[in-house]
Design a binder for this molecule. Structure first.
Ligand SMILES: [Ca+2]
Length: 131
């Protein structure tokens, strides 16, 4: 998994503060409104609508679903992402969608984001890696 190679995990979005930090960050990246943009965060669907962390399989407690989500559209929506068509709130989606990975280091003050292309401005406290 992409984050693990950086000694990080997928971003664990545990509260409104982290959510809004990441929403503001991803909104700095170029977005084509006619395309789908997914930013993967830590969460995998267990049974029915029970969501777990990938890392330790703890139950997710914080959700910020976008309008109409989770809808399990076309079935198999077992991955969790911030999605541009719901203003970068949570969406359940197929893990096979083409998305970017938001990684989080164990230091919660310094989350990192891996994506291309880079944001137009660097963000204090964020760390950007191309590739
Ligand atoms: Ca969905």
């Amino acid at each position: 998994m992409k984050c693990r190679s950086e000694n990080a995990t997928l971003a664990q979005v545990d509260d409104t503060y982290e959510l809004e930090f990441l929403r503001a960050l991803v909104k700095r990246f170029p977005t084509d409104p006619t395309s789908k943009h997914f930013y993967w965060i830590d969460g995998v669907r267990g049974n029915s609508n029970h969501w777990l962390r990938n890392s330790d399989h703890a139950s997710l407690a914080f959700f910020a679903w976008g309008s109409g989500e989770p809808n399990n559209r076309f079935g198999g929506n077992v991955c969790l992402a911030l999605y541009n068509h719901v203003d970068f709130y949570f969406a359940d989606t197929s893990c096979y969608e083409n998305g970017q990975f938001i990684c989080e280091l164990s230091d919660p003050v310094n989350p990192c984001i891996q994506t291309t292309p880079p944001p137009t401005n660097s963000t204090t406290g964020a760390w950007v890696q191309l590739g």
